[in-house]
Design a protein around this ligand. Structure first.
Ligand code: XMP
Length: 511
C-alpha cells in the first residue's frame, strides 16, 4: 500500500510546486481539481488545499466542505486554502488594502509541530489579494508577518483530525523553510513514513505492469529521449521481450546518434528494432521551407513508418508510451468551472481497429523523478541528463529546405560544438545547446583560395523549463575555439556566429 497525499487544486500557478515538494520528501501525492470528489481510503494520509487566483468573497468562489474532510483526514490550507478554512468556520476575510506580493518576514508566535526546526523568524513568499482579519473561535494563532496579523493557524475545535492554515506559500523557493514546514505536515501531522523512493516506485510499478499486461505483447516507439527510454526499461523489467520497441531514424538525428542509442538499448537488453527511414523522410521533405510544413510531414511520416512496422508484429495488445505527469494533470481553469485536459497521446496514430490498450508507467512522475528512476534502473547517466532535443530534430535547425548534404554539414558542426562543451565541462552549465545552419552563404578566404560557403549559428541557453531562457554567457575563448574548429574541419562552412537573444522575445529554436 503506497501512502498518499491529495492536493486539491483551486487553480494556483504554484499547485505543481506543492506536489513536487511533497514528492521530494519521499511521499507520493496526486493533484485533483477541487470539484472532484475526494475518495477517502486507508492509504490517504492527508489533504492539502492549494492557492487560487479567486477571492473567497467572489460570488463564484471555489468551495469544498473542509469540515467534512477534516472529520476523516488531516488538512492543510495554503493561501486561498487557508482563507477558505477561516471563512467557512466563521472568520473574517477581506480584501487587503494593497495586494501583498513577494518576500515577507514570518514571525512564529506559538511553538507548534508544524514549525519543528523552523527558526522564530524566517523569510516566506506571499501572493494574495485577501487577508484573514479575524480567526473564528477555537482557532489558535501560530504566526504573523510584519504586514499581516494572521499568517499561520491551527484549529482546536470539535474535529477528529488536525486542521492548519498557512497564508504564505511554503512550496515556493523563496520561502526559506517552506519545505521543512510541508515536511512537518507530512511527517509530524499526517504520520507519513517517507518511503516513496525510486526503488519503491520501480518495484510497485513493475508489479502493476505485470498485472496489467500479463503475457500479452506491447509495442512502443522509442526516440532515444529520457521518457521513452525509462518507460521502456520499466516495461521490459516487467515483461521482458514481450515488449517490442521501434526506433526510427528519420535522418534528422545528431551525428552517430542512431547507432549510439541503439547500442545503449542493447546494453539495457531492450528488444528494439532500429528502422532507417532517412530516405523516405528526405524525399518527402524535399523542397519544403516552411517550418510548420516540415513538422507536419515529419509527424505524419513517423506515424506511417511506425505503423508499418507495428503491423508486422503479431498479437500486439498494448501501446507503450512515455507520458509524464505534467501532460496529464487536469488543470483548473481560472476563467470558470470548465476544465481543460491536455492531450497526452503524443505517439497517437495507430489504427483504432487494432484496439490497443495504453501502458504509461510514468504517468504520475515529474521529469526530475523520471531521471531518478532511470538511475535506479541502471540507465547511463549521459542518456538521462542529455539536453532536450526537438522531435523534428535537425529539420528545424536547417533554415531552408532539407537535403542529405545539409544534414551532414550541420551534424558535423553540431558535433564539434556539443563535444567541446562536454570536454570543457560546460555541457551541464547550459540547459540546451544546438547549431543552426543558416541559408546564408558568404565570402571567405582560406589559404590563397576564395570561398563561398555556409554560415552556422551556435545557440546555447540557460533555462529551468524552456518556457523562458537566457543566452548562455559562454567564455569567449571557448567560442573562439569552437568557431576555429568548425571552420577548419567542416568543409562547406566558413563563418560561425553566436546567438545572444533571450526568450522571450526570441525562441530557443530558430524555426
Ligand atoms: P522554443 O523554440 O519554442 O523551444 O523556444 C522550447 C523547447 O521546445 C523544443 N521544441 C520542440 N520539441 N517538437 C518538439 O518535440 C517541436 O516541434 C519543437 N519545437 C521546439 C525546443 O528544442 C526547446 O527545448
Amino acid at each position: 500500500m503506497t501512502e498518499k497525499i491529495l492536493i486539491l487544486d483551486f487553480g494556483s500557478q504554484y499547485t505543481q510546486l506543492i506536489a513536487r515538494a511533497v514528492r521530494e520528501a519521499n511521499v507520493y501525492c496526486e493533484i485533483i481539481p477541487y470539484h472532484k470528489p475526494v475518495e477517502i481510503t486507508d492509504d490517504l494520509k492527508g489533504i492539502i488545499l492549494s492557492g487560487s487566483p479567486f477571492s473567497v468573497n467572489d460570488e463564484k468562489a471555489p468551495w469544498v466542505d473542509i469540515l467534512q474532510m477534516v472529520s476523516r483526514k488531516p488538512v492543510l490550507g495554503v493561501c486561498y486554502g487557508a482563507q477558505l478554512t477561516a471563512k467557512v468556520t466563521g472568520g473574517r476575510v477581506e480584501k487587503s488594502e494593497k495586494r501583498e506580493y513577494g518576500r515577507a518576514l514570518l514571525q512564529i508566535e506559538k511553538e507548534n509541530r508544524i514549525f519543528k526546526n523552523v527558526p522564530t523568524e524566517s523569510q516566506v513568499w506571499m501572493s494574495h489579494g485577501d487577508t484573514i482579519l479575524e480567526l473564528p473561535a477555537d482557532f489558535e494563532l501560530l504566526a504573523k508577518t510584519s504586514s499581516i496579523p494572521i499568517a499561520a493557524f491551527e484549529y482546536h475545535g470539535d474535529i477528529n483530525f488536525p486542521l492548519f492554515g498557512l497564508q504564505f506559500h511554503p512550496e515556493v523557493y523563496h520561502s526559506e523553510f517552506g519545505k521543512t514546514i510541508l515536511k512537518n505536515f507530512l511527517v509530524e501531522i499526517c504520520g507519513c513514513s517517507q518511503d516513496w523512493t525510486p526503488a519503491h516506485f520501480v518495484s510497485d510499478t513493475v508489479d502493476a505492469l505485470k498485472k496489467q499486461i500479463g503475457n500479452k505483447r506491447v509495442v512502443m516507439g522509442l526516440s532515444g529521449g529520457v521518457d521513452s527510454t525509462v518507460a521502456a526499461t520499466l516495461i521490459h523489467k516487467a515483461i521482458g521481450d514481450n515488449l517490442f520497441g521501434i526506433f526510427v531514424d528519420n535522418g534528422l538525428l545528431r551525428k552517430n546518434e542512431f547507432t549510439q542509442v541503439l547500442e545503449t538499448y542493447q546494453q539495457l537488453h531492450l528488444n528494439v528494432k532500429g528502422v532507417d527511414a532517412s530516405e523516405q523522410f528526405y524525399s518527402l521533405l524535399s523542397g519544403v521551407n516552411d517550418p510548420e510544413q516540415k513538422r507536419k510531414i515529419i509527424g505524419r511520416t513517423f506515424i506511417d513508418v511506425f505503423n508499418a512496422e507495428a503491423k508486422q508484429l503479431e498479437d500486439i495488445s498494448f501501446l507503450g508510451q512515455g507520458t509524464i505527469y505534467p501532460d496529464v494533470i487536469e488543470s483548473v481553469s481560472v476563467h470558470g468551472p470548465s476544465q481543460t485536459i491536455k492531450s497526452h497521446h503524443n505517439v497517437g496514430g495507430l489504427p483504432e481497429e487494432m484496439h490497443l490498450g495504453l501502458v504509461e508507467p510514468l504517468r504520475f512522475l515529474f521529469k526530475d523523478e523520471v531521471r531518478r528512476v532511470g538511475l535506479e534502473l541502471g540507465i547511463p547517466h549521459d542518456m538521462l541528463y542529455r539536453h532536450p532535443f526537438p522531435g523534428p530534430g535537425l529539420a528545424i535547425r536547417i533554415i531552408s529546405d532539407i537535403t542529405a548534404e545539409k544534414v551532414k554539414l550541420l551534424q558535423e558542426a553540431d558535433d564539434i560544438f556539443i563535444s567541446t562543451l562536454k570536454e570543457q565541462g560546460l555541457y551541464n552549465e547550459v540547459w540546451q545547446a544546438g547549431t543552426m545552419l543558416l541559408p546564408v552563404q558568404s565570402v571567405g578566404v582560406m589559404g590563397d583560395e576564395r570561398t563561398y560557403e555556409y554560415t552556422v549559428a551556435l545557440r546555447a541557453v540557460t533555462s529551468v523549463d524552456g518556457m523562458t531562457a537566457d543566452w548562455a554567457h559562454l567564455p569567449y575563448k571557448f567560442l573562439g575555439h569552437v568557431s576555429n574548429e568548425i571552420i577548419n574541419r567542416v568543409r562547406g562552412i566558413n563563418r560561425v556566429v553566436y546567438d545572444i537573444s533571450s526568450k522571450p522575445p526570441a525562441t530557443i529554436e530558430w524555426e
